[in-house]
Design a protein around this ligand. Structure first.
Ligand code: FEO
Length: 395
């Protein structure tokens, strides 16, 4: 059996997902430089068979063939929909049409979405409650409600006999190659990037879900994107830190510059932070991959935003970055805004308008006319030193 096609990942449990090497964007927003996978699994019990999640539209035929490698699709009894987003649920109409006996299993919110999005008739849906089980004969599916990870209807499925958790998007990563975590170098970098893009705004719900699965014996975590975790402690430890908003002595610096004046303001603060022993991640917004910015927002304690004023407000790339910070809700504690303008300022006010009420402590904000003078550089260096001190003092 070729693992690139299907893979037996445990006794009577098969990976039958799809690899999308060419996908380059998710939600018309998030770059996917390494593609992704849409993982789906087939669980074969003594009496019943269950499919856990499906695949992105466009892969239906391939999916059907993979199912046929293991069983006759007409023998599937349950289609578990852990999450209603189309990358996992988009093939549900195809699967339900292939087999007229299978029941769709979802949370009560998922059940409504399945009717609305995928036109699944109500009489073919089983709405399950938290901790409810379905017996497949020697295999039990236990459903764990895990709402807002990252949609309202999301749940996990746990298979106690094999000690496998199927958490759908949670613990995922966007990378098309590899079946298991140990096959992917820098897996945690991919996982952190994915967490920043998708799960970071829902950290509190993530904490609740982590608490719920704490007592489970988990030997394998089989998410819906990216490799399956055999080293479960590694990803669980990382997620404990990320959902709790643990930050490092690190600052993310994002900036846009038109005629290099803002960049000349950014450089001294970057140098100061570095010489003070603060880790920095720096992105020129003109070229930056926002997935990398999301990754570094996960564990940065401070942000330095640089943007010139243009057309009466902050440069649009700065607006975009500021809005992203607001939307992704990273655990940042401190912020600095640096801006240069030609004939009229406004960037600092614009940042305040976008962020509104925020817990971010603004350590320094400077708007200057044209390129920075020697004394401006000294002031920025001073702000950098104060910021470094704050970062080091915060635990
Ligand atoms: Fe991978 Fe939320 O879908």
């Amino acid at each position: 059996m070729n693992w690139r096609n299907i893979a037996k990942i445990s006794e009577d449990v098969y990976w039958i997902g799809a690899r999308d090497w060419n996908r380059r964007l998710f939600d018309a927003l998030i770059p996917l430089p390494n593609g992704t996978t849409y993982n789906a699994y087939l669980v074969i019990g003594n009496n019943k068979k269950a499919l856990i999640d499906t695949v992105n539209p466009g892969f239906e035929k391939e999916f059907e063939e993979k199912i046929k490698n293991v069983t006759d699709p007409s023998e599937i009894d349950y289609v578990v929909m852990n999450h209603a987003e189309p990358d996992h649920a988009g093939s549900i109409p195809y699967i339900m049409a292939m087999n007229n006996k299978a029941k769709l299993v979802a949370t009560s919110k998922g059940a409504k979405m399945a009717q609305t999005f995928y036109k699944v008739p109500e009489n073919r849906i089983i709405a399950v409650k938290d901790q409810e089980t379905i017996d497949l004969g020697g295999k039990t599916l236990r459903f764990i409600e895990a709402p807002m990870l990252h949609w309202p209807e999301t749940m996990f499925t746990y298979l106690p006999e094999n000690k496998i958790l199927f958490p759908c998007d949670f613990f995922g990563s966007h990378v098309a190659n590899g079946l298991y975590d140990d096959e992917i170098e820098d897996l945690l970098v991919y996982a952190q990037r994915y967490f920043g893009e998708i799960m970071m705004p829902f950290r509190i719900m993530g904490q609740k879900a982590m608490e719920k699965i704490k007592g489970l014996q988990i030997e394998m975590i089989a998410p819906s994107h990216g490799p399956i975790h055999r080293n479960t402690e590694r990803i669980l430890n990382a997620y404990r830190k990320w959902v709790n908003g643990e930050t490092k002595q690190k600052a993310i610096i994002v900036y846009a510059t038109m005629w290099n004046s803002t960049e000349k303001m950014i450089q001294p603060i970057a140098d100061t932070l570095t010489s003070e022993g603060i880790e920095i991640a720096m992105y020129n917004l003109t070229f930056a991959d926002i997935g990398n910015i999301a990754k570094d927002l996960v564990d940065s304690r401070a942000i330095v935003l640089g943007a010139p004023t243009v057309l009466g407000g902050m440069h649009p790339l700065g607006v975009y970055a500021t809005y992203l910070v607001k939307a992704l809700r990273p655990p940042l504690k401190f912020g600095v805004v640096l801006s240069s303008y030609g004939w009229g300022g406004g960037t600092i006010k614009h940042v305040q308008e976008i962020l509104g009420q925020t817990r971010l402590e603004v350590v320094g904000a400077m708007e200057i006319n044209g390129p920075p003078s020697e004394s401006n550089i000294e002031q920025i260096t001073e702000i950098g030193k104060i910021l470094a001190k704050k970062i080091k003092e915060e635990t």
